[in-house]
Design a protein around this ligand. Structure first.
Ligand SMILES: [Fe+2]
Length: 200
């Protein structure tokens, strides 16, 4: 399928997802709390869904992927803004608090009744395939393809965005960095899927 057509399809799918009442509610709260995180979630969802289309996922999987991706950082609304928006490096203690956001997000999404794939994406988007991620680390087994896609795209979007404590990386440098961690942190196919979407 043409790249442009994939982008259009991803945008249309996402436009439908973000106006569903539960998702819209959560995203509204996130937008009010941290616009930067809200925009990050939209970016990650847009690219993740494109990868899903390229992989030939059926519509149910694409919808779950879109919901999980757009809500993956929803738990950050429970992290104090003094930590979330801190200018400068986090202390170890602050980082330990940040590491709780997948669990907070999982709890919020579970209360709204989201399905297993969406919950898995939210809870496990910071896990690595070598077990060095969080919150479960080496206790996690068999990450879903959907979760692995969001994990890679999340890292990419964070690397290519400027923060108060770091400049943004170019797309090329971010891809080199991701490639360095392929098969340790990130799934090889997901990295390739991302490269395909970002190669213009
Ligand atoms: Fe996150």
């Amino acid at each position: 399928m043409e790249k442009k057509s994939i982008e259009q399809r991803a945008r249309i799918l996402l436009d439908g997802i973000i106006i569903e009442p539960d998702t819209a509610d959560l995203l509204c709260s996130l937008n009010k709390y941290s616009k930067r995180t809200f925009i990050h979630c939209l970016n990650v969802a847009f690219m993740s869904v494109q990868i899903g289309y390229n992989w030939g996922m059926d519509s149910k999987r694409l919808i779950d992927l879109a919901k999980g991706a757009v809500l993956h950082d929803i738990g950050k609304i429970k992290i104090p803004l003094s930590i979330l928006e801190k200018k400068g490096a986090l202390t170890q203690e602050e980082f330990e608090q940040i590491k709780l956001h997948p669990v907070y997000g999982y709890e919020l999404a579970m209360m709204k009744g989201y399905g297993n794939t969406v919950l898995d994406i939210i809870l496990h988007h910071h896990e690595h395939i070598d077990g060095t991620g969080y919150p479960d680390g080496n206790k996690v087994t068999g990450l879903l393809q959907e979760t692995q896609i969001v994990s890679v795209v999340d890292a990419w979007d964070a690397m290519t965005s400027a923060r108060s404590y770091k400049p943004e990386l170019s797309g090329q440098d971010a891809m080199l960095e991701l490639t360095d961690f392929t098969d340790s942190f990130y799934n090889n196919e997901a990295v390739r899927g991302l490269r395909n979407v970002t190669d213009k």
